[in-house]
Design a protein around this ligand. Structure first.
Ligand SMILES: Cc1cc2nc3c(=O)[nH]c(=O)nc-3n(C[C@H](O)[C@H](O)[C@H](O)COP(=O)(O)O)c2cc1C
Length: 367
């Protein structure tokens, strides 16, 4: 069975949930490792005070016994601590008594760049909150939890995945990124940036050229474009390749099937080629602004300024963690497509047999 992921939950609802299906039995998970990734997602220069309020922690409701997967659906839950302030405003049932707490007044001021306007038109909502609660990136928390599970599986296969920010507001040094963030905060503005995810240790042969949906590059691009605010994806040298000649663009092959360059980012023909897998994602500036842009009040049709709500100045470090999780999950899916089995022993045996078959020709770099 293919690895699957379904998530549910609103930003200020009681909890976020992920159900991971198709995980082999016998995979050891560590709560601390999952919680560490949840914390990494919450950190980063330029995040809003909400991150101090939320101290995310995973709960497991099914699929795990004594820290080992059972081969049954794994249910991961991350509670929204902020829900305590929204019990009236985000009540699943019609609440009784006087409106109290946050979310009680309808939002009618759509933010340019957010899902607010398109969301209410699509779903026939009157309160923009009914769209923004799910469109918000808050539920990336459970995607990170699922990604941490995927990373545990990949680690068993010798594959390591790491994400990092490489650019914030056009700045590439840590000092420059912080200064740009401070300047944007002072101007009550927001920033975007670029993150990079590198996967090392992946064998050749993940993905396929047989159909476009099987291509590993297409699958990784979908995983990244599926994250809020991501507007561009590069594999390897990506857009820069378009400006080079072929003799300078491709990675020549030497005896031992060695490569000395990796312009392709570890994927040729939609298939991993054994080199490190390199992907980048570009994030637009966050749409919630303390200096709001022009909008229209949907209650009156009159010009108005857009909704102002507590928000990050930039979330590029958080995106690096979310992108790492998304790539890890997709690589785990591709690895199980190739090596899949009901139990980890079967997966590892398939991996060993496959590496033995190609071992005469391919030798992983740095081994
Ligand atoms: C980790 C992360 C944190 C984000 N935090 C915010 C935020 O605090 N304020 C905001 O307006 N948008 C934030 N966003 C971006 C919005 O969720 C996103 O722009 C919005 O859902 C519209 O989707 P689109 O940008 O893909 O069109 C964040 C995105 C990510 C990935």
């Amino acid at each position: 069975m293919a690895l699957g992921l379904t998530t549910a939950g609103e930003s200020h609802g009681p909890a976020l949930t992920a159900i991971v299906t198709g995980l082999p039995a016998g995979l050891r998970l560590e709560k601390d490792a999952i919680d560490a990734d949840l914390r990494r997602r919450q950190q980063g220069y330029g995040r809003s005070p909400r991150q101090k309020l939320e101290s995310d922690e995973v709960e497991v409701l099914s699929g795990l016994r004594y820290a080992v997967t059972l081969g049954t659906p794994l249910t991961l839950v991350v509670r929204n601590r902020d829900h305590a302030n929204w019990t009236w405003g985000m009540s699943p049932w019609r609440p009784e008594g006087e409106p109290a707490g946050k979310g009680t007044k309808p939002v009618t001021l759509p933010r340019p760049g957010h899902a607010d306007l398109a969301g209410i038109l699509k779903y026939a909502h009157e309160d923009v909150r009914n769209a923004l609660e799910r469109a918000s990136a808050r539920h990336t928390a459970v995607h990170v939890a699922a990604g941490a599970v995927a990373k545990a599986l990949l680690r068993e296969l010798g594959i390591d995945v790491a994400g990092r920010p490489v650019e914030v507001g056009g700045e590439t040094s840590e000092e420059g990124m912080r200064a740009a963030t401070d300047a944007a905060r002072n101007d009550r503005d927001t920033l975007g940036g670029i993150v990079e995810v590198v996967a090392t240790g992946a064998p050749p042969g993940l993905g396929s050229y047989a159909e476009k949906g099987d291509r590993l590059d297409a699958r990784l691009a979908l995983a990244l474009m599926g994250i809020q605010a991501v507007k561009g994806v590069e594999i390897g040298d990506g857009f820069a390749l378009a400006r080079r000649r072929g003799t300078e663009a491709h990675d020549e092959i030497y005896p031992g099937l060695e490569r000395r360059t990796n312009h392709a980012g570890g994927i040729e023909g939609g298939v991993s080629n054994g080199e490190p897998i390199l992907v980048r994602a570009a994030m637009k500036p966050l749409p919630t602004l303390m200096r709001p842009l022009d909008s229209v009040d949907l209650a009156t049709g009159e010009p108005a300024k857009a909704l102002v709500e507590r928000s990050d100045v930039q979330a590029v470090e958080a995106l690096a963690v979310v992108a790492e999780a998304a790539i890890a999950f997709e690589l785990a899916r591709a690895a199980l497509d190739k090596l899949g089995g009901d139990a980890m022993v079967d997966v590892l045996a398939a991996r060993d047999a496959y590496l033995a078959r190609i071992g005469d020709t391919w030798h992983p770099r740095a081994s």
